[in-house]
Design a protein around this ligand. Structure first.
Ligand SMILES: [Zn+2]
Length: 145
C-alpha cells in the first residue's frame, strides 16, 4: 500500500498555556519524541498489512507482524470524541483524533474556542512545546488561518 499524501506546512509550535509534564520515553517511543521535537508526527506503519497504528509498538497492533517502520503522518484528522476539562486552572480539551492514516490518537485540541468544538471537526497537527521537547496536538482547521 502506498500513501500518496502531501505533508502540510511545517506546524507551528508554542509553549503550552498549561503546564505539561515532560514524557519519559522508553526504547519504543524514543523515535516518536525525536520526531516531535523536529515538528513531525511519526506513526508506526506495517509493511505486511499496510496499516498504521498508534501508540507506537514494536509489533503491528493489527496483525502482530514485526515488519513495522516509522512513517510521518500528514498531520490531518477529525475529532472523533472530545471532552473539555473546565475545572482545571487553565481549561483544555482532550480528544481522540482520527488521523487521516486511520489510527485514533489521544491528544489535545488547542488554540481554539473550546465551546465551538464539534465531533467531526477537521483538525491540523501543531505542537505544544515543553522544556526539552514538543507534544503533538491539534487545532481546528478554522483556527489555522
Ligand atoms: Zn500489520
Amino acid at each position: 500500500m502506498t500513501i500518496n499524501a502531501t505533508p502540510i506546512d511545517v506546524p507551528d509550535s508554542q509553549p503550552s498555556a498549561r503546564e505539561v509534564l515532560a514524557p519519559t520515553p522508553n526504547p519504543e517511543t524514543v523515535p516518536f519524541w525525536q520526531a516531535a521535537a523536529q515538528g513531525r508526527l511519526a506513526l508506526r506503519y506495517c509493511r505486511d498489512c499496510g496499516r498504521h497504528h498508534y501508540y507506537p509498538r514494536v509489533l503491528c497492533a493489527h496483525c502482530m507482524s514485526d515488519a513495522v517502520e516509522w512513517r510521518d503522518a500528514v498531520g490531518r484528522g477529525r475529532i472523533h470524541a472530545f471532552s473539555v476539562m473546565r475545572r482545571a486552572p487553565v481549561p483544555y480539551a482532550v480528544a481522540y483524533v482520527e488521523l487521516e492514516e486511520g489510527p485514533l490518537m489521544l491528544t489535545n485540541i488547542v488554540r481554539c474556542d473550546l465551546d465551538a468544538l464539534r465531533i467531526g471537526d477537521s483538525v491540523l497537527l501543531c505542537f505544544d512545546t515543553f522544556e526539552g521537547g514538543a507534544l503533538p496536538v491539534f487545532k481546528p482547521v478554522a483556527a489555522a488561518a
